[in-house]
Design a protein around this ligand. Sequence first.
Ligand SMILES: *[C@@H]1O[C@H](CO)[C@@H](O)[C@H](O)[C@H]1NC(C)=O
Ligand SMILES: *[C@@H]1O[C@H](CO)[C@@H](O)[C@H](O)[C@H]1NC(C)=O
Ligand SMILES: *[C@@H]1O[C@H](CO)[C@@H](O)[C@H](O)[C@H]1NC(C)=O
Ligand SMILES: *[C@@H]1O[C@H](CO)[C@@H](O)[C@H](O)[C@H]1NC(C)=O
Length: 503
Amino acid sequence: MCSTTNNPRPASSNLPYSISILVFFLLTFLFVTSLVDFTLGPERSWISFHSPPWARRVGFSRPFSRDGNEELERPSSVIGIAEPPLAPSMLNINKFEEQNSSTESPATDTAGVINTYTKLERLEAALAKARSSIREASKNNNMTSIQEDPDYVPRGPIYRNANTFHRSYLEMEKLFKIYVYEEGELPMFHTGPCRSIYSSEGRFIMEMEKGNFYRTRDPDEALVYFLPFSVVMMVQYLYVPGAHEYHAIGHTVADYVGVVSQRHPFWNRSLGADHFMLSCHDWGPHTTSYVPNLFKNSIRVLCNANTSEGFNPSKDASLPEINLKSGEITGLIGGPSPSKRPILAFFAGRLHGHIRYLLLQQWKEKDQDVQVYDTLPNGVPYESMLKKSRFCLCPSGYEVASPRLVEAIYAECVPVLISDGYVPPLSDVLNWKAFSVSVAVKDIPNLKTILMGISQSQYLRLHGRVKQVQRHFVINGTPKRFDIFHMIVHSIWLRRLNVLIQD
Ligand SMILES: *[C@@H]1O[C@H](CO)[C@@H](O)[C@H](O)[C@H]1NC(C)=O
Ligand SMILES: *[C@@H]1O[C@H](CO)[C@@H](O)[C@H](O)[C@H]1NC(C)=O
Ligand SMILES: *[C@@H]1O[C@H](CO)[C@@H](O)[C@H](O)[C@H]1NC(C)=O
Ligand SMILES: *[C@@H]1O[C@H](CO)[C@@H](O)[C@H](O)[C@H]1NC(C)=O
């Protein structure tokens, strides 16, 4: 299923030629809708950002935040469940049963339309129930006994609100259904790399294609729609090295959205708000800008979660970068106890971007406690350094995400985030402050002082929580509950809870 990395470059795109005609219509349509959004903007400013009239953003309170810690430092704290502005009838699922039977009687010529309409309402009613159940769980922190879980009961400070998360997770397992569009051909659609720093893109696409979890073949019963293109594969097939332009990739994405919006009613219904794409490539965010509604309405699951480049944590989700060198994860997880870690802090990596420049300039091979290298000395394995260190530095490179975050968590080394405008993965649910350290770019010179200032008991707590949080970052050949696959799906589920789709 996973693509191999050295396929020959094809002469041209595999998409049918009729697509180019669609593009014309699509572009016309997009132009019109962006005008509408522009002119409607001010009146609809109660919505936090532009959204189509068919899909309302429901305003958010913060059930995921922790008691007494309302002001969370990361913008993603807006994720939570508020009272959605539902019509009274939508709050009562029984009412839908009545509507269902009454609409099924006469009006035969429009029966099909009415049925679809009713299906959507039923889905929204089920979501409304899930929202209120999650909201309730956020108020009562003593409901864990009701939520006996055979595998794992989330607890403790690594979560913004463990009880809310658990309830939301259980609701997701009950209700969430994803439709994967079947349009698009290999190798740029329906597959992706399962090794390398982009593995989280390929593995997710592959898992959705297998369809063992959450996937439905009936688009009418789906809560979200997946656009299964791989930006990494498009770069491999469409990008001319050195050309520094990605129009071919952007246009392929636009063609694709054109096709699915022509063949299915779902994109137009929500203008993309219940659709998602996923990419770990640096250019992932940029390729979505070729379809304005994809950029501003859809759920974009991205490694390159840079808020300065339009990443919007209330609708987009941060995807962890996981560097799978061999494609195997066995042996990567685990590390020695804190007392067997002689090095205070460690980093090895090339000079990519200005943050690394500052780090290397300040610390490269200057201090035995803070060991910073651009190239490790011969015979010193990278993994052994992660396991000998108490803190592992994770500075941004050319883009905000770093595979070091997950490497550190796997090796049980406390991650130190050095970034600007980065929303770390799963931060809608996880309280990163509890198991990592965040150092501002301007404080790079004070790195040692800051880390030395963390007491032994504080360190032991951080270390213990890194071990606890591991399960949420683990990639399994077959996904297991609460692992990275399910956590990514949960990020998407949370964002779908955020919108109300209407016909
Ligand atoms: C509503 O419609 C579904 C099929 O679309 C049917 O199975 C169900 O029994 C109907 N409910 C009622 C109350 O008639
Ligand atoms: C749990 O919380 C509810 C509502 O706050 C309260 O009525 C109930 O007594 C609590 N149960 C326990 C076991 O503390
Ligand atoms: C969606 O909207 C576009 C542009 O208005 C239109 O060309 C297309 O036919 C619509 N799709 C469906 C399924 O109606
Ligand atoms: C994030 O985006 C801004 C704006 O494009 C850019 O200046 C900055 O370098 C990006 N951050 C990283 C680490 O790439």
